[in-house]
Design a protein around this ligand. Structure first.
Ligand code: ADP
Ligand code: MG
Length: 611
């Protein structure tokens, strides 16, 4: 018999957002957001790196956007797992400073160093990890991270890489809409159709999920990667700048600090307007004052076209999911911009049901991630939660047709094996082309990766036997293996389209980030031993007030006191073996007490049994 002191390591849930990121964990009363050092729960997804390599993340980094624009990065999520071709639209709208060589792997130039998007994201994750460690007073090394439902393999892989670089073992990537549904406990209804409407800072996502027997399936997703609160800010900013020019006779447009100040003022007014019918946009800048009242009625008129732009994708998504608005059982609101009353009404009208808004819309994804984290760490029992692959996966076969190995909606992890043969006499190489999608022809599907299985035995066409195996892990990442059954030659890849990071690159970053690994590890072991000591000491302290304690003999009690004293003596030592040793000793001498406590508990329970 032993007391379970509950020293298992906490797993945190992380919403790694385009605009804001945050971390959460599950305690006995439910999921909670972990606040940062400045007390704020939201950590703006902004990273600034000083010439000496000092890293600033969050609110402080956002301030530096004005004075250090060349050393400060925001919206890096837009670059995760992307190649140069993918981000041409982003480059028109965002001042990303790409380094040369970005044709093969995207790199951001900050001073004389370059950083890949996962490395920048890792700095945000590291901040969240540190916030959690400061909050718990113990190390945190495991996390669940959320990603948009439409993220492809490379984007998911890049997010996982970011976790690894930050020193976090990513136990699972979870789709953001799935996490939001979990935060609302919708998995408990077992079956149903859920729409998740997510209007954040710069992106709009609509997803329709189907829940069957507690399993979430993404039926369809849609959205607009350049639509969100930023558009509202820009609209108000234009009006305020015009006003200012009229009143002060000064055009601030070229003054980046001035513009930033006006932007701050309109954002504050916008956020207040979600709660009050009118407010002031007000600011003081260089001795000048600007103040203008804005009514919600006018605000609603101004933003109506922006809100309308979300409705088209919603209708398309409903259609793609093959459901009618009436068949949607629950609507979940996600993203800070869904606090706006007009947005809520528009969504309610479209789906003809009142959306869930009980939880903070900018926290709900992180809260759901924390629920998933607790499930994976075993803190929440009796719960099965799985995701499914949203699209079928297959390979190209003769004639440019797709042979599907894993069909859409398969619950993951999933695997499938199939045999193929050669189409040409004496063929020595086989090209394996991995594609994703529902269409029959390769050209209508998305190409994920290509590789050659080389030097197979030359045989007449149709005689070679090539076995292809697909394996999707719990994060939705695909591994493909091709094997020539005659020679046993094999080639395997994790499907990261050509613009993903190579393993070597990731390894190198991890290497770099673990320069102090040994020292950190030492420290961590000591801290862990002390945490364990704290828990044991607290439990023993509590047990002293228990009846069972008074049933112990004097000898037993003094042995306990001795063990406590010995543990306290080594508590501050830097040798974790010493602490662990004394922890164990105290555990040993309190074993009888634990047993007695259990027995009284059982006796009490029996006494209370009624017939
Ligand atoms: P993301 O998921 O893109 O990281 P969030 O969900 O955190 O972003 O949403 C950020 C956006 O929400 C910002 O544009 C912010 O101004 C907006 N927002 C936050 N609170 C409010 C509010 N009370 N009223 C209107 N918009 C808000
Ligand atoms: Mg978000």
């Amino acid at each position: 018999m032993n007391i379970d002191f509950g020293t298992t390591e906490k797993v945190i849930g992380i919403d790694l957002g385009t605009t804001n990121s945050l971390a959460a964990f599950l305690d006995l009363t439910g999921p909670k957001i972990i606040p940062g050092a400045d007390g704020d729960k939201l950590v703006p997804s902004v990273v600034s790196i000083s010439p000496s390599g000092e890293v600033v993340v969050g609110n402080a980094a956002r301030e530096l956007l004005i004075t250090q624009p060349g050393r400060t990065v925001y919206s890096v999520k837009r670059l995760m797992g992307r190649g140069l071709d993918d981000i041409q639209e982003e480059l028109k709208l965002f001042p990303f400073h790409l380094a040369s060589g970005s044709e093969s792997v995207l790199q951001l130039q900050i001073g004389d160093r370059t950083y890949t998007p996962p490395e920048i994201s890792a700095l945000i994750l590291r901040q969240l990890k540190q916030n959690a460690e400061a909050y718990f007073g113990e190390p945190v090394s495991k996390a669940v991270i959320t990603v948009p439902a439409y993220f492809n393999d490379a984007q998911r892989q890049a997010t996982k890489d970011a976790g690894r670089i930050a020193g976090l073992e990513v136990l699972r990537l979870v789709n953001e809409p799935t996490a939001a549904s979990l935060a609302y406990g919708l998995d408990k209804r077992e079956n149903g159709t859920i729409a998740v409407y997510d209007l954040g800072g710069g992106t709009f996502d609509i997803s329709i999920l189907k829940l069957h027997d507690g399993i979430f399936e993404v039926l369809a997703t849609n959205g607009d990667t350049h639509l969100g609160g930023d558009d509202i800010d820009n609209l108000l900013l234009r009006i305020a700048l015009e006003d200012v020019q009229g009143e002060w006779g000064e055009d601030l447009a070229g003054d980046s600090e001035g513009v930033q100040r006006v932007r701050r003022a309109v954002i504050q007014a916008k956020e207040r307007l979600s709660f009050v019918p009118f407010t002031d946009i007000s600011l003081e800048y260089r001795g000048n004052k600007y103040q203008r009242e804005i009514q919600r009625e006018l605000f609603d008129k101004l933003i109506a076209p922006i809100v309308d732009r979300t409705l088209g994708p919603c209708r398309d998504c409903i259609k793609d999911a093959g459901v009618t608005p009436e068949q949607i059982d629950e609507v979940v609101m996600v993203g800070g911009s869904t606090r706006i009353p007009l947005v809520r009404t528009a969504v309610e009208n479209l789906f003809r049901s009142k959306p869930h808004t009980e939880l903070n819309p900018d926290e709900v994804v992180a809260l759901g991630a924390a629920v998933q984290a607790a499930i994976l760490s075993g803190d929440v029992a009796d719960k099965l939660l799985l995701d499914v692959t949203p699209l079928s996966l297959g390979i190209e076969t003769m004639g440019g047709v797709v042979s599907k190995l894993i069909h859409r909606n398969s619950t993951i992890p999933a695997s499938a094996t199939e045999s193929f043969t050669t189409g040409v006499d004496g063929q020595r190489n086989v090209l394996i082309h991995v594609v994703q999608g529902e269409r029959e022809l390769v050209k209508d599907n998305r190409s994920l990766a290509r590789f050659d299985l080389k030097d197979i035995d030359p045989m007449p066409a149709g005689l070679a036997r090539i076995e292809v195996r697909f394996l999707i892990d719990a994060n939705g990442i695909l591994n493909v293996t091709a094997r020539d059954l005659r020679t046993g030659k094999e080639h395997s890849i994790d499907v990261k389209p050509s613009y993903g990071l190579t393993d070597e690159q990731v390894e190198k970053m991890i290497q770099e980030s673990f320069e102090k690994a040994e020292q950190d590890f030492q420290e961590r072991q000591v801290r862990e031993a002390r945490v364990e000591a704290d828990t044991i000491l607290a439990a023993v302290e509590k047990a002293r007030r228990h009846d069972a304690y008074f049933e112990l003999s004097d000898d037993e009690r003094s042995a306990m006191d001795r063990a406590i004293n010995e543990l306290l003596l080594v508590y501050h030592s830097e040798d974790h073996h010493l602490i662990l040793n004394k922890n164990e000793q105290l555990n040993q001498v309190t074993m009888k007490l634990a047993e007695n406590m259990m027995n009284t508990a059982v006796r009490g329970a029996l006494k209370g049994t009624k017939i």
